[in-house]
Design a protein around this ligand. Structure first.
Ligand code: ZN
Length: 78
């Protein structure tokens, strides 16, 4: 009887340790990254820096807005 109790207690302890580790990892991943680490890109037309996720990217060309994409393409047509 005592032996069973010890095994159950040990299993519970291991379970709690694993659970704590998983929770800790989840908390670390949850941390929001500071805005300064956000990748900035430069508009080809006006050379303004904008967050990459807000940029309009067509191939290797990057623009801050649709208008500048159009302007740049107009002035770089052959
Ligand atoms: Zn622009």
């Amino acid at each position: 009887m005592l032996r069973t109790l010890v095994i159950v207690a040990a299993a519970l302890l291991v379970f709690l340790i694993i659970k704590n580790r998983l929770d800790g990892r989840r908390l670390q991943r949850k941390k929001p990254g500071p805005a300064s680490t956000e990748k900035m890109v430069k508009c080809l037309q006006c050379e303004t820096y904008i967050p990459r996720k807000e940029a309009i990217i067509s191939g290797t060309e990057i623009f801050c807005c649709k208008q500048h994409q159009r302007d740049w393409e107009k002035s770089h047509q052959h």
